[in-house]
Design a binder for this molecule. Structure first.
Ligand SMILES: *Cc1c(COP(=O)(O)O)cnc(C)c1O
Length: 389
């Protein structure tokens, strides 16, 4: 038995002991890496000159925050906080249904889309089955697969010198499908690369995927994508009932702290997933705020327009510094430094600039930089100039 003494001198069973008793999928799993301990950083930097000098560009949050209507809805909802939230999320589902032109029965709400991506794995994957996704795709795809005890079948991305560097190679993804494949995850646009694929490529790809494979198109950044060739997979759902689209209120809507996402798919798929959903997975403040946020189109459009403008400016400024900036349709850019980026990242952290290191994604020469507001982007560039000098 692996026992170690705890502070009080008693015996505790350690992680290895419990891992040996966990189900097969969990035994080999590594917990999701959220990047830095931001709370600790905020404390560390709160005391320095200027009060709160941290520039937080590590988690792709919306620097402009949510609609005022969402904040007001939260305050209003506070008087009902002793009540359980609506387990059906009916009002929010109806608002989403109206927005997307689908029946409410085709929508499933989640505690962030992270929960829904995990739930998809739990419901449709399992031991002996394959799940397909791309290298350098969203980390949760691997977590969901492993947690379900399924096999990961990882498709290589487009080469780094392609027009869409490290973007999803849809041919490679289609070729990775086996007779045991039940689930395939793609993100469009993708995190951490920021890359995207076009509407025609998506339609051609879906036509090649057998119906037995549930295709999850993670569209966490869809509201921000404005490339002429980009299109959501929502328009293809009727032709392909095996396709599911996930969306989130965490990014363009500026509500990451509330934890709310949703998926749209066939009503039968939603009904099966409902069997495993926790009854109160989305809290009452989130339900109210997201419904209000949906009603404020002007705020959404303004945040996306400001993001696009800042993203273009930041990309240009980084390229002027000789860095390799990947094309992006999101609110972040992947940046290649041509050498190990870890020392650069550490030096930026010491200056209060938080970015996302990419070693865990197999891209140790890169950093992922969220697009901030004009002030944050200026401070990032100033710190970077110091570090690179
Ligand atoms: C941020 C992100 C999510 C969303 O996460 P939530 O759990 O909804 O906050 C999902 N997919 C991708 C690719 C992301 O980058």
């Amino acid at each position: 038995m692996n026992a170690m003494a705890d502070e009080a001198g008693g015996d505790v069973l350690d992680e290895a002991w419990f891992a040996a008793r966990a189900c097969a999928g969990v035994r080999g799993l590594k917990a999701y890496d959220p990047g830095h301990d931001l709370v600790a950083f905020r404390r560390r930097f709160a005391g320095s000159a200027g009060g709160h000098p941290l520039v937080e560009l590590g988690s792709n949050e919306n620097p402009y925050g949510p609609s005022d209507a969402a904040r007001a809805a939260i305050l209003d909802q506070l008087q009902a906080i002793h009540r359980y939230p609506d387990p059906l999320g009916g009002d929010l589902k109806r608002a989403l249904a109206a927005r997307h032109g689908v029946a409410p029965e085709r929508i499933l709400l989640g505690n962030g889309s992270h929960e829904l991506l995990m739930l998809l794995g739990q419901v449709f994957a399992g031991p002996g089955l394959d799940v397909v996704f791309a290298r350098h795709a969203f980390a949760v795809f691997a977590l969901a697969t492993q947690a379900a005890g399924a096999r990961m079948r990882i498709a290589e991305p487009l080469p780094r010198d392609a027009a869409m560097p490290l973007g999803h190679d849809l041919d490679a993804l289609a070729a990775a499908i086996t007779a045991d494949t039940r689930l395939l995850y793609v993100a469009n646009p993708n995190n951490p690369t920021g890359t995207w694929f076009g509407a025609d490529a998506l339609a051609a790809f879906l036509a090649r995927v057998p119906r037995e494979v549930i295709v999850v198109v993670d569209e966490a950044y869809a509201e921000m994508a404005d490339a002429p060739d980009y299109a959501s997979a929502l328009g293809l759902l009727d032709a392909h009932p095996n396709v599911v689209v996930t969306r989130t209120f965490s990014k363009a809507y500026g509500l990451a702290g509330l934890r709310c996402g949703y998926l749209i798919g066939a009503s039968g798929l939603v009904a099966v997933m409902e069997r495993l959903r926790e009854s109160f997975n989305v809290n009452g403040l989130a339900l109210a705020a997201c419904e209000a946020a949906l009603g404020d189109e002007a705020h959404l459009r303004s945040a996306c327009a400001r993001n696009a403008e800042q993203r273009d400016g930041l990309s240009r400024a980084l390229r002027e510094r000789g860095l390799d900036v990947f094309p992006s349709q999101t609110n972040f850019v992947l940046v290649g430094f041509g050498r190990d980026a870890a020392p650069i990242e550490r030096a930026l952290t010491d200056r209060g600039v938080i970015l996302r290191p990419m070693g865990g994604y197999g891209l140790p020469d890169c950093l992922r930089i969220s697009v901030g507001n004009p002030d944050e982007n200026r401070r990032l560039l100033a710190a970077l100039d110091e570090v690179l000098a």
